[in-house]
Design a protein around this ligand. Structure first.
Ligand SMILES: Nc1ncnc2c1ncn2[C@@H]1O[C@H](COP(=O)(O)OP(=O)(O)OP(=O)(O)O)[C@@H](O)[C@H]1O
Ligand SMILES: [Mg+2]
Length: 332
């Protein structure tokens, strides 16, 4: 089986080819055009600018991965159809529809968040169910229980900003470039994470929801009070990590999963990875831990092709003439 994956939901144009051999999924092609430098100038993503960039890059990328003009050798086309920015999503969706129709190959719509979850389905060892997923990205912070392939239960989510968004906004406040996550993480290495005690929002509330906007306000107060930048970065990062890990452990206690999947752009954060993995080991809960390889934490098309492979095998195809992008597509 060979699947073409297409991703254009935000600021990365990406194409990939994933194959299945001897029951194992493998990456055959993986190309990406990042718009980070373009959006850094405006400090965030402008949807129409993103769409224009996708249009400029998507066909050169298609040439680059060297698929046959006839689509020979490809079994299905998997494309992100939401959630994301509609003008951006449309570029990938319309390419997917066109290729599917002209090649006469099935079109498999993929939820971008499901894609992030499937980014860990590449290693020799793959997750077993039930799997608890902590999905932390630029637009989402969710705890999801995955009972089987394609079967999700939303346990908790952010009530305001996503974790990645909080990193980006705090970075902007501190005068650091976009995207802010890696910048804060780097600066945090020079600061003391116990220097400033920022709130751990909603840690004591009995649900599994998150809230990060209050934390952002506390950072603003510290910054205006002339606290040192590296101390703020380190203390802020620690507060986000403590909150994410605390809620995840609570969800583990409530749902007794067999494994934990940490995924999304913020899963690149080393403190988050090590703290979560260590907390699971210390609790001696025999829960295996999965996180994507670093190159697959942010948006990419490998994860879309991987999710598409499972959807294709389950027969979840769609009509190539009618698929539309959905900005608010949900997992559940
Ligand atoms: N090392 C890091 N530490 C913290 N945050 C990080 C790190 N690296 C990247 N991020 C954050 O990850 C986010 C990008 O993740 P991703 O590309 O998955 O989000 P998105 O695709 O824009 O949103 P969504 O997937 O919700 O649609 C940004 O907010 C970025 O700051
Ligand atoms: Mg994403």
């Amino acid at each position: 089986m060979r699947i073409l994956g297409i991703e254009s939901s935000c600021d990365e144009t990406a194409l990939a080819v994933v194959t299945k051999r001897d029951g194992r999924l493998m990456v055959e092609q993986n190309v990406l055009a990042s718009q980070v430098a373009v959006h850094a100038r405006t400090g965030g993503v402008v949807p129409e600018v993103a769409a224009r960039e996708h249009i400029a890059h998507i066909f050169p990328l298609l040439e680059q991965i060297g698929v046959e003009r006839s689509g020979a050798g490809i079994d299905a086309v998997a494309v992100t159809c939401g959630p994301g920015l509609v003008p951006a999503l449309r570029v990938g969706v319309e390419l997917g529809k066109s290729l599917s129709w002209t090649w006469g190959k099935p079109l498999v719509p993929v939820n971008h968040l499901e894609g992030h979850i499937y980014s860990v389905w590449l290693a020799e060892k793959t997750p077993v169910f039930p799997a608890l997923c902590l999905l932390v990205s630029g637009g989402h912070t969710e705890l999801v229980l995955m009972r089987n392939h394609g079967v999700y239960e939303l346990l908790g989510m952010t009530r305001d900003d996503a974790a990645g968004e909080a990193f980006d906004k705090v970075a902007k406040l501190l005068g650091l470039p976009y995207p802010g996550g890696p910048e804060i993480a780097r600066l945090a290495l020079e600061g003391d994470p116990t220097a400033i005690h920022f709130p751990r929002p909603m840690m004591d509330s009995p649900n599994l929801d998150f809230s990060f906007s209050g934390l952002k306000t506390a950072v603003k107060v510290a910054w205006e009070g002339r606290a040192e930048r590296a101390e703020i970065a380190a203390s802020f990062q620690q507060a986000v990590v403590d909150t994410l890990v605390g809620k995840t452990l609570r969800a583990v206690g409530m749902t007794h999963p067999k494994c934990l999947i940490l995924t999304g752009g913020v899963s690149a954060n080393r403190l988050l990875r090590t703290t979560l993995e260590r907390a699971l080991q210390q609790a001696d809960m025999k829960i295996s831990f999965f996180a994507p390889e670093l190159s697959l934490t942010g948006d990419n098309a490998v994860m879309i092709a991987l999710a598409g492979a499972f959807r294709f095998e389950a027969g979840h195809m769609t009509d190539p003439l009618t698929l539309v992008a959905d900005a608010n597509l949900r997992l559940t």
